[in-house]
Design a protein around this ligand. Structure first.
Ligand code: 9QG
Length: 153
């Protein structure tokens, strides 16, 4: 799988980046993010949201946040009606400061599955119905070379 298969690709977006997910998200679809973690990274986050409102803030179906400071981990959560839910923390961090990465978010009926550099990392059970998810954001200490959306057919 590569960005070459994508039906829609965003190249070198300015961070923070927010943009529409073309056609919304459906089971079997894939989002690929290729980037590099800067040397001074403390954290970054990928958010799959329901709209792009900032006031009030849109619901976030998947907040995926690699953290490099202290005990390295990846925190996932959802934001509903401007409140964070219960964090799901994985005490494992496949990203390295200064290193390039490829992250794949695979959409399933019940969960998102996230793989980093070709290895499955975690899954996150949907708390927001998939048909409400239409916006992709990435922010924090990260550089992004490409974001690709790969359809399911
Ligand atoms: O800290 O944790 C995820 O559970 C909060 C952070 C928040 C999230 C949240 O402050 O930060 O990571 O989108 C946000 O508000 C991000 C940047 C308990």
């Amino acid at each position: 799988m590569s960005v070459a298969n994508a039906k829609h690709t965003v190249l070198n977006p300015v961070i923070p980046y927010t943009g529409p997910i073309p056609g919304g998200l459906h089971p079997g679809e894939i989002i690929i993010i290729q980037g590099t973690v800067p040397q001074d990274a403390d954290r970054f986050q990928i958010d799959l949201s329901s709209g792009c409102s900032t006031k009030p803030r849109s619901d976030v179906a998947l907040h995926f946040s690699p953290r490099f400071k202290g005990s390295p981990c990846v925190v996932c959560n959802s934001l509903l009606q401007e409140s964070w839910g219960k964090e799901e923390t994985l005490h494992q961090l496949p990203y390295k400061r200064g290193a390039p990465f490829e992250t794949i978010i695979l959409v399933h009926e019940e969960v998102f599955k996230v793989a980093v550099n070709g290895t499955h990392l975690l899954e996150y059970k949907h708390r927001v119905p998939l048909d409400r998810v239409d916006t992709f954001s990435i922010s924090g200490k990260v550089r992004v070379h490409a974001v690709g959306y790969i359809p399911n057919s």
